[in-house]
Design a protein around this ligand. Structure first.
Ligand code: ADP
Ligand code: MG
Length: 409
């Protein structure tokens, strides 16, 4: 099947052509792959996971698990044979692997879009271009930044960017590959400590809040979005997400959704995309938005949609890659999502099983543990979503959960 031929919708049924069930493939077997596989299977699809880890959460529950590296040509050929469509859950999957698969399979998101998200410099240029296409009142540009790719770039860097954050252009996640830089004089040493790989140097903004928008775009150009997520990060890692009607000023919310939609549309994107924003104070103390980064896949801040919306980000991923209709998701319960990091297994000084029975005795708690075999500080082991009639009710329960688990933030 060639992507250019715009294949028919892949209905979850037996394929007429080769008498095997329609199979959806995912590159990466982490928790995002696991939740994708759960939904794909619920909808009647077979699944295939490519991940070199024999204990990968998604690999363990998939119909097929190809145990190989993401650039293994033979494994990619097997994947292409097995699957009717392929997606990714792993942001740093080689774009070339997606290109190889796209020769024989519909691949969503496309390699070119994933390649943009993999490089902060290319990503920021895309944000800038998207902002320029919008009217001044709607434009949401990137954080002020400069490129630091070679030593010759150093003298041209604007001292007005400091205090700043130096970020590697590629392979950063959960705050990794980032260094705070107080002033321009400290920049060469900071860059040296990152081995002088290509970087962006970003102005450190004083954040009023952080938020994100998950959009899904279909092959026909339809774009739908989840309600805006209000996020709290601790140590560069997402700690908590709150979603409820009015969680951010209505004008800013509309602008964030518009900007995320424009970013996806300008990329010709197919699939689920999450765009992260900072809320900052502008002139006259008015609040405004800047765009931070995007993830070409479902996102940690969208996990609440499994229980709190009538259409989750993972079902949107299945629908987008198979050409099924995308309908607007509706939030039916206010929600608080807490990330469960490895620290809560370790925070008494010895490895212990958290008191899940006490957590689940609280109303509206939805526990997700990803089945990872080793708890490490900062490692995402699971998450917990609290739903309630009101956000106050959800917050109260979340506070009790935090007390049981010893999450102090
Ligand atoms: P990652 O890819 O690790 O998620 P981010 O660029 O999103 O990297 O940075 C992680 C977190 O660090 C952000 O969510 C925010 O809390 C903080 N941060 C990043 N860049 C800035 C900035 N320019 N100004 C202020 N805070 C920032
Ligand atoms: Mg981020």
């Amino acid at each position: 099947m060639n992507q250019n031929l715009k294949p028919a919708v892949l209905l979850p049924a037996f394929a007429a052509t080769d008498d095997r069930p329609v199979t959806l493939g995912v590159l990466g077997g982490g928790q995002l792959g696991l939740m994708f596989v759960h939904v794909a299977q619920q909808m009647g699809y077979r699944t295939a996971v490519l991940d070199p880890d024999p204990n990968s959460p998604a690999g363990l529950v998939s119909h097929h698990h190809l145990l190989a590296n993401y650039d293994d040509v033979q494994a990619l050929a097997s994947m292409a044979r097995l699957c009717d469509a392929v997606t990714t859950e792993f942001e740093n999957v080689p774009a070339e692997s997606l290109r190889i698969l796209a020769k024989s399979n519909p691949v969503a998101p496309q390699a070119d879009a994933v390649a943009v998200a993999q490089d902060r410099l290319i990503e920021k240029a895309h944000f800038q271009a998207s902002a320029l296409r919008m009217s001044d009142a709607e434009a949401v540009g990137p954080v002020p930044y400069a490129a630091l790719v070679q030593a010759e770039d150093l003298p041209g860097i604007d001292p007005g960017l400091f205090p700043a954050i130096l970020k590697t252009a590629r392979m950063g996640y959960d705050g990794k590959g980032q260094i705070q830089v107080a002033d321009i004089a400290s920049l060469p040493a900071a860059w040296a400590s990152l081995n002088q790989v290509p970087c962006v140097i970003e102005k450190r903004l004083s954040l009023v809040a952080e938020c994100s928008v998950v959009v899904a775009r279909g092959r026909d150009g339809t774009v739908v979005n989840l309600p805006l997520q209000l996020n709290t990060h601790v140590g560069g890692i997402l700690a908590r997400t709150e979603v409820f009607e009015g969680n951010l000023d209505a004008g800013l919310t509309a602008r964030a959704i518009q900007a995320a939609t424009a970013i996806a549309t300008d990329l010709g994107y197919i699939g689920v995309l999450c765009v992260e924003f900072f809320v900052v104070k502008g002139a006259n103390d008015t609040l405004s938005l800047v765009v931070n980064e995007m993830a070409p896949r479902p996102h940690n801040s969208g996990h609440y949609s499994i229980e709190a919306c009538d259409l989750s980000q993972f079902e949107l991923q299945v629908r987008a890659m198979t050409g099924l209709p995308l309908t607007p998701p509706r939030l039916h319960s206010p929600a608080v999502m807490l990330n469960l990091l490895g620290d809560i297994w370790l925070n008494t000084g010895e490895l212990r099983t958290p008191a899940w029975d006490q957590v689940l005795a609280l109303p509206g708690t939805h526990l997700h543990l990803y089945g990872k075999l080793e708890a490490r500080a900062g490692r995402k082991m699971g998450h917990l979503t609290v739903t309630a009639d009101t956000i106050e009710g959800a917050r109260e329960v979340a506070e009790e959960v935090q007390a049981v688990l010893g999450i102090w933030h």
